[in-house]
Design a protein around this ligand. Structure first.
Ligand SMILES: NC(=O)C1=CN([C@@H]2O[C@H](COP(=O)(O)OP(=O)(O)OC[C@H]3O[C@@H](n4cnc5c(N)ncnc54)[C@H](OP(=O)(O)O)[C@@H]3O)[C@@H](O)[C@H]2O)C=CC1
Ligand SMILES: O=C(O)C1=N[C@H](C(=O)O)C[C@H](O)C1
Length: 234
């Protein structure tokens, strides 16, 4: 499979190494807006850039009928526009706020726990995410997916916000520390005890492996997908 990497930073480089080890060819490594010329005729684009440029990057690829796997976070207010462009161009788009298997299992666990805890209002819910200091967006895309999973399953909450939980707003603390690859926790605290679920990434390899699996999976498909489709819908 020929892969174009749009965004060749920390993630792009690891994804490239893993894809080559699996026998794929990297036909472009871009730190600029993609064009038909610089993409070099890939089967699929893997996009890990930054929140300011992701929308335009994805749009260009989809308009040229190239399927896109995107891990860039912080641009999601325009996701529905991108999904429409994918359909209009009869191609495929897959977004994952987190491509690791562990986090996708954690997403499912989070929803199950939220359903259970929704009957016990004596437990206050609080979320926390910790990431490296170069991260541009807050809260993390993963934390937003987790918050959406709680809001969907616990009618106490209608929205999320950065900081402490207050009334119907589920709180997320976003902490920035040195080189932390990504740690997400959800706390349920009562007067007498606390339940905590936590996912800790030890490095970026899990994200990169998942992105390559998603790129292999998307070939030949049309429509809009998530990592849940790749991992759990057989
Ligand atoms: N979904 C997931 O599983 C994961 C998602 N992420 C997300 O992926 C994104 C990238 O993360 P990371 O690799 O750590 O970030 P980096 O900052 O290390 O890499 C981003 C790269 O994008 C490049 N870039 C700048 N402008 C453009 C442009 N117009 N088109 C294409 N590339 C451009 C930058 O180049 P230059 O340095 O020259 O500006 C840089 O090399 C972030 O949004 C992060 O949150 C990260 C890990 C996992
Ligand atoms: O920027 C990062 O590094 C990460 N970004 C993703 C996010 O925003 O959730 C995934 C992972 O946590 C690492």
């Amino acid at each position: 499979m020929n892969i174009a990497l749009v965004g060749y930073g920390k993630m792009g480089k690891i994804i490239g190494e893993i894809a080559e080890k699996k026998g794929h060819e990297i036909v472009a490594r871009l730190n600029e807006t993609p064009t038909v010329e610089n993409l070099n005729d890939p089967d699929v684009v893997i996009e890990f850039s930054n929140p300011e440029v992701a929308f335009e990057n994805i749009k260009v690829c989809l308009e040229n009928q190239i399927p896109v796997v995107c891990g860039t976070t912080g641009w999601l207010e325009r996701k529905s526009e991108i999904e429409e462009i994918a359909v209009q161009n009869n191609t495929a788009f897959l977004y994952g706020s987190n491509f690791s298997l562990g986090v996708n299992l954690f997403f499912a666990l989070n929803e199950k726990l939220a359903t259970l805890m929704s009957d016990f209002p004596e437990y206050q819910v609080q979320m926390e995410e910790i990431h490296h200091t170069q991260k541009k967006d807050a809260p993390s895309g993963t934390a937003i997916t987790l918050a959406e999973g709680i809001i969907k399953n616990d009618s106490r909450f209608g929205s999320w916000k950065l900081e402490e939980t207050k009334e119907t707003e589920l709180g997320i603390f976003a902490v920035r520390e040195d080189e932390v690859p990504g740690t997400h926790s959800i706390f349920y605290r009562s007067e007498v005890d606390e339940i905590e679920i936590k996912h800790t990434a030890f490095n970026r390899n899990g994200f990169a492996v998942g992105a390559v699996i998603a790129a292999e999976w998307i070939i030949g498909k049309t429509g809009n997908f998530s990592m849940q489709d790749v991992l759990f819908k057989k």
